[in-house]
Each structure stands twice: as structure tokens, then as C-alpha cells.
Design a protein around this ligand. Structure first.
Ligand code: ADP
Length: 240
């Protein structure tokens, strides 16, 4: 029975992966052509018509992001993702995140700190692209759900964590001073399409796939993600 179940779930994931791929092709022409219309090269469209073309382009982009997420999740779940493990310098990783989010921090008038524990070795062996993907996800959530204060990325050894003391674990923690997550939602937010409250998606956007993808990637990398949060005070997501 268990074997059958896992086979069925693999088929389902494969179907989703194929389907998402098929959806992207027509969507791409829709995006390119609507973009072209917004530019109005022949100058024959009214302002209103250009507005419509912009809306088509924006909605299409959202849809593409959603399809990409579904594709990614189903690929990971069906076990068709292979890791590319290389040496990743902590400095490089930190600089990359700094570059990616500095602008957003400034626009939102939020603090953004990146701290690397000086006692860490210079590098870790992992899949750099996937590691970055998880951190980008956690950081963009941090910025998304924070109005005041800021977001801090800390990279250090996991010694402070009682469960992992004396081990070789590395902790990448993303702490924000945002809205926080109620205790009873802290598990379900890792499920696909789940958000802490039903009104979240209207106010903050998003699809509820980021954390599911991040959790699966963490597993694939041999690690895990933990969350500690106080509603109204902020959240800390740690990737071990
Ligand atoms: P999305 O952000 O697209 O909704 P995620 O899977 O990344 O999807 O997150 C799921 C939900 O978890 C979010 O909708 C939000 O309710 C909650 N959440 C995630 N990160 C944070 C955070 N840093 N602060 C508050 N809530 C968060």
C-alpha cells in the first residue's frame, strides 16, 4: 500500500511538472506580446488600451511566477531534482543577499543587517543555487511582512540551539520585526498554498508556496527549517 501511494504521488508530481511546463509556453507569448502593446510602437493605442495591456502583462507575470513555483515544488517532490554540490563561501553568499535585498530595504525604509560569525570556516559544501533560493524566500517574506524595524540575516554555528549543541550544524537565521505568526499557524504555513490568515493574500500578495518549496529544499540538502515567532513582535526562520 505504501509503495502504491508513493507511486501515485510521484505520478501526480510528474503530471504537474509536465503540465506546468506546457502552460509556460503559451504564457510566454502572451507576455511578450502584451509587453509590446504597452510600448505602443506604432502610437495607435489609446491610454486606456495601453493600461489594459499593462494589466494583461502584470497578471501574466503573476501567473508565470505561480506556475514556476508549482513546477519547482512538483519537481522537488517527484525526486527529479539533482543537487549540484560545490564549495560556497559564506562571504560570497552574504554579499549576494546584501546586493539582492539592499534596494528593497531602502524602498521600504527598513533596516537590513547581514552578520557572519567570524569563527565560521570560510565555506560550506552545499548546492549554492538552492541554498540561495531558500534564503531569498525567507528574506523576501521577512521584508514582506515587516512594516517597521527591519530584517537581519545571521550566519553562524548552531551551538546556541540546544538540540544541535556540539554539532557541525550551520544556522542561517532570518529575523524580522514584522507581524509575527500565531502559534497555531506555525506548522501549517509550511504546507502548500497555506497562509497564516485568509486575508493575508489580499493584503500582502503571495501564493503560500514559498515556504513549502523552502522546506523541501532544506530536506533535500539534509537540513531543516525552524520558526520561532511572536505575533506583533516578529519572526525568526532558521535554516539548519
Ligand atoms: P507567501 O508568502 O507567498 O504567502 P509562503 O509559503 O512564503 O507564501 O508563506 C506562507 C505564509 O506564512 C504567509 O502567507 C504568511 O502568512 C506566513 N509567513 C511567512 N513568513 C512570514 C514572516 N516572516 N512573518 C509573518 N508571517 C510570515
Amino acid at each position: 500500500k505504501a509503495e502504491q501511494l508513493s507511486l501515485t504521488s510521484r505520478y501526480k508530481s510528474q503530471f504537474l511538472a509536465n503540465m506546468s511546463h506546457e502552460l509556460r509556453t503559451p504564457l510566454n507569448s502572451l507576455l511578450i506580446l502584451s509587453k509590446l502593446l504597452t510600448e505602443n510602437p506604432e502610437g495607435n493605442l489609446s491610454d486606456k488600451q495601453r493600461e489594459f495591456a499593462k494589466t494583461i502583462h502584470a497578471a501574466g507575470s503573476d501567473l508565470l511566477a505561480l506556475i514556476n513555483d508549482i513546477l519547482d515544488l512538483s519537481k522537488i517532490e517527484s525526486g527529479t531534482v539533482s543537487l549540484e554540490v560545490t564549495e560556497i563561501g559564506f562571504r560570497d553568499l552574504a554579499e549576494h543577499m546584501e546586493r539582492t535585498f539592499r534596494q528593497i530595504a531602502e524602498e521600504r525604509e527598513l533596516n537590513f543587517l547581514v552578520e557572519i560569525d567570524p569563527n565560521l570556516p570560510p565555506a560550506i559544501r552545499s548546492d549554492g543555487k538552492r541554498l540561495q533560493q531558500v534564503l531569498r524566500n525567507l528574506l523576501s517574506n521577512g521584508f514582506k511582512f515587516t512594516e517597521e524595524g527591519g530584517v537581519t540575516l545571521k550566519v553562524g554555528s548552531a551551538e546556541g540551539s540546544p538540540l544541535r549543541a556540539g554539532s557541525d550544524w550551520i544556522a542561517f537565521s532570518v529575523a524580522d520585526t514584522g507581524i509575527g505568526i500565531p502559534e497555531d499557524k506555525q506548522r501549517i504555513i509550511f504546507e502548500a498554498f497555506q497562509q497564516a490568515d485568509g486575508t493575508t493574500s489580499r493584503k500582502y500578495g503571495g501564493t503560500g508556496l514559498g515556504l513549502s518549496i523552502s522546506r523541501e529544499i532544506a530536506r533535500l540538502l539534509g537540513g531543516e527549517i525552524e520558526v520561532v515567532s511572536t505575533p506583533g513582535a516578529g519572526s525568526t526562520f532558521t535554516l539548519y
